[in-house]
Design a binder for this molecule. Sequence first.
Ligand code: SF4
Length: 357
Amino acid sequence: MNTRLNRAADAPHNPSDDSANDAAALAAVAARYAVAITPAMEALIDPSDPDDPIARQFRPDKRELDSLPAERGDPIADRPFSPLSGVVHRYPDRCLLKVIHVCPVYCRFCFRREMVGPSGEGSLNDAELDAALGYIAADPRIWEVILTGGDPFLLSVRRAADITGRLAAIPHVKVVRWHTRIPLVDPSRVTPEFATALRAEGVATWVALHANHPREFTPAGAAAIARLVDAGIPLVSQSVLLKGVNDDPGVLEALMRCFVEHRVKPYYLHQGDLAPGTSHLRTSIEAGQDLVAGLHHAASGLCQPTYVIDAPDGSGKAPLTPAFARRTEAGGWLLLGRDGCWRPCGDDEAKGRDPLA
Ligand code: SF4
């Protein structure tokens, strides 16, 4: 694994806070949260840029020691919906299967930051994996299984093929979705053999690729994505809206265009979760809605993700999509144009209503 794990005193610091971030504070951050960056991501960091968006995602910052009262270790309430180790079953038709809790990089905004890493929840042993697969097999409502963690692309080819095959053998499981950052942060792991291991007769395999900035799409990363797509695996995206990384209209648009150009359909843009010590990376929901409205007007429909937030009580995702249509008092509809003006919907005029009433 091309990962450099930095703990305690050797943790690199974010150049944006050179004066403030002292070694003791960074050691305290690294003692509490896992720290790692791959050579592929390290190589993208511009040392002359104090606000480098790649560094902001992976290099620890002493502001991570500041937790707000609203922040919590389990910010989307996985644990209350975990019937046994490795399974989170929040929605009837799908569940998470968390086989490993390690990653090749540790994102400073991670909502599972208190569960992942070398001192996190660990990997499922054989008995725990058997029990998790038994739970899935026993519930015929489970149509989709989402492999996440940790980054499940760290599994060996043999283990990935074994899990895929065992899920495919469960008659009611029709979709297996893998969530990963690895195609871009450690592209050489995505071998043709690994791509083959993700597929099995009887299930549709999907991959959700996590990326937050267009610079993450290196030639090697593009080739890794192509190995998956060319193996017949459809890809969707997931990104987190991050202050100083992608909360800029041009950067967000470029990121979504990158996904589409690499045959990855934009799927989710997440509002930052209330993970401890992440407030310096979170935007407001209002700012997010403005960005999403701008993206809607600027880019192709293929480039539009759904902007979502996970409820802290575990009740699920809520779309934060800004309104592009609204009711009038007369029961008609107004539509928001690209120029920011509201105009009547033609259908109301056809019915003889006054659309501006
Ligand atoms: S790769 Fe995913 S699970 Fe791992 S630290 Fe980043 S956001 Fe968290």
